[in-house]
Each structure stands twice: as C-alpha cells, then as structure tokens.
Design a protein around this ligand. Structure first.
Ligand SMILES: [Zn+2]
Length: 303
C-alpha cells in the first residue's frame, strides 16, 4: 500500500455535479433508509447502488492509483472494482448498522481495489514461518476459510451511524492510502522465503492499524504472496549480483569510479520502486535496506 494524494485528480463530474442518475439514487436511498429495520429476521437486503461506479469514476481512480489496487498494489488490468472504504451496505462488526449508505457517492470514500482485497473469498494465508514445502502442500486443497474486506470496517473510536456523526471521531483501524502514510505502518518480513507483510513496529497504534489492515485486506493471501515473492526474488538476485561484482572490484583495488559503477547498479534497481510499479513499497524498503548494507560494507568503509 502506498500513499496517494487524492487532490492530484479532480473529483469526477458524475459525483461532483452530480449526474441525474446519482441524484435519483441519493433520493431513493434516503427514502429507503427512512424505514429500514435491520432488526428484522432475516435482515432486509441493503439498497442497491449502481451510479457511483460510472465510467468517469473508474477512469479517475485508475489514473489516481496508476492502475494499481489501492490496498495491495497489484496491477488491476481489467479487474478494477470501485470499493467503498466505509462499506455502504452494512458493517460486519456492528450487525445493526445500516452501512455508510450516505457515503455511497462520496469521492473521498471510493478506492480502486482488486477482487482479492475487496471481496471475501477463500484463500490460504502465508506467514513469516511458512516453508516452501508447506506453501506447495497447502495449494493442493482449496481453503475452507475466507478472507478479504467485504463489509468489514473496524474502528477504535465512536462509530458514525448517520450523517450527523463526525467521521473524524471514528479512528478507523484500516489504513486509507489517501489519508494515512502506509509506509509508517506496514513493513516486510526479512525472515523466510516469502514476501510477508508485517507491522512496521510493535507500538500499539502502529501494530493495531497495521495488523487490522493486513488481516482485513488479506495482504498475506497465498495468491498475492506468490506474485509479490516473484518481485522479491528478483530483488534478492540483483543484490547478490551486485555484491559479487563489488567483491570482484575490491579484489582489483577499490576506486571512486568503481564505487560509482556499483551505485549506478543500485539506482537502476530503484526503477522497480517507481509509483506505477507493482509492490513499490516492498521494493523501496528492500533497496533502502540494501543501501544501508552497502554503506557498512567492510570493503567500502575503508574508503
Ligand atoms: Zn488488492
């Protein structure tokens, strides 16, 4: 997950003007929720919203997030889903909540997501301790456990239940990449073979929000970990190549020109962390670590 400044893109016209379809839907939803009773059994179905995801909204979200999922940084391809950060049709953690229906057409509440992050689907999860053998063995059977956001929206503050409540007071547990800087919360395990997301630190606020985000969006689901680990494997390969090149250079006698050549190789690696690249935050952390490693390399420290 990577911070994105929502102001970089103007609010789409269908929401800001708003379009006739959005206006009609807002009016219809207001009438619908005036008599909605979530205590009925079974709970009545939520209002069906459609107008929030018109083409201009999808296009704006794709531009804003450089065609990547707001949560996991996978490339979206044709699978962009317009996701409500605050769920519009109900709240898993509060069965009597109507859902944040009044934010269904709110630009600030919309993010582009991949189906794996947005929907509750069956996945195997990977941890820092999962071995390659365990990973392979798990794939042989379909998981019976489902993960992914759907209507989950845990908060640590006072939950807003209608338009009169201040969203500010909610203190959401989930990170919003247009509000929070995920780099302060989410990190990557240095242990094991797989690319596993972890909390950046164990301080209560960071760990609570990071773990809620990792769990709710299933950021360590096997299918995602597999593609992320492909990127990590490429980074590890390049690191080993550069280190072995450095050893060869050192054997010939170190010089400023030789160090500059090595550092250029690292800068080329940094192309993989450009904002439009998938899993750019993982790449950035890996390369920052590598640069720190190089700066304390015994052969270079003598210079
Ligand atoms: Zn995703």
């Amino acid at each position: 997950m990577r911070y994105v400044n929502r102001k970089d893109i103007a609010e789409p016209d269908s929401l800001s003007k708003p379009s006739a379809a959005v206006k009609d839907e807002k009016d219809a939803a207001e009438l619908f929720y005036a008599t909605f009773d979530p205590t009925q059994s079974p709970r009545p179905a939520a209002f069906t919203f459609k107008a929030y995801k018109s083409y201009d909204v999808q296009h704006a979200l794709r531009q804003l997030f450089l065609a990547k999922c707001a949560y996991c940084e996978s490339h979206l391809g044709d699978s962009l889903e317009v996701e409500h950060f605050r769920p519009k049709g109900g709240v898993t953690e509060d069965p009597l909540h109507f859902g944040y229906w009044w934010l269904a057409h709110s630009w600030e509440n919309l993010l582009p997501a991949c189906p794996g992050c947005n929907k509750n689907l069956c996945h195997h999860l990977v941890t820092e301790h999962t071995t390659e053998e365990e990973f392979k063995a798990a794939q042989l059977k379909k998981s019976k456990s489902s993960y992914g956001k759907a209507n989950q929206f845990p908060v640590s503050g006072k939950r807003a239940t209608d338009t009169t409540h201040r969203l500010k007071d909610e203190a959401p547990d989930l990170l919003d990449p247009t509000v929070d800087d995920p780099a302060s919360f989410l990190g990557w395990s240095r242990a094991g073979h797989f690319s596993v997301a972890i909390a950046k630190s164990s301080t209560a606020n960071v760990a609570n929000r990071a773990l809620a985000t990792i769990n709710v969006f299933a950021l360590n689901r096997a299918s995602l970990v597999r593609t992320r680990t492909e990127v990590l494997t490429e980074l590890r390969f390049q690191r080993v190549e550069i280190l072995s090149e450095l050893e060869e250079e050192l054997a010939q006698g170190i010089s400023a020109a030789r160090i500059a050549r090595i550092m250029r190789r690292v800068e080329v690696m940094r192309r993989m962390q450009q904002p439009e690249k998938r899993y750019s935050m993982l790449v950035q952390e890996f390369i920052d670590d590598f640069v720190a490693e190089l700066s304390t390399h015994p052969g270079l420290a003598a210079i």
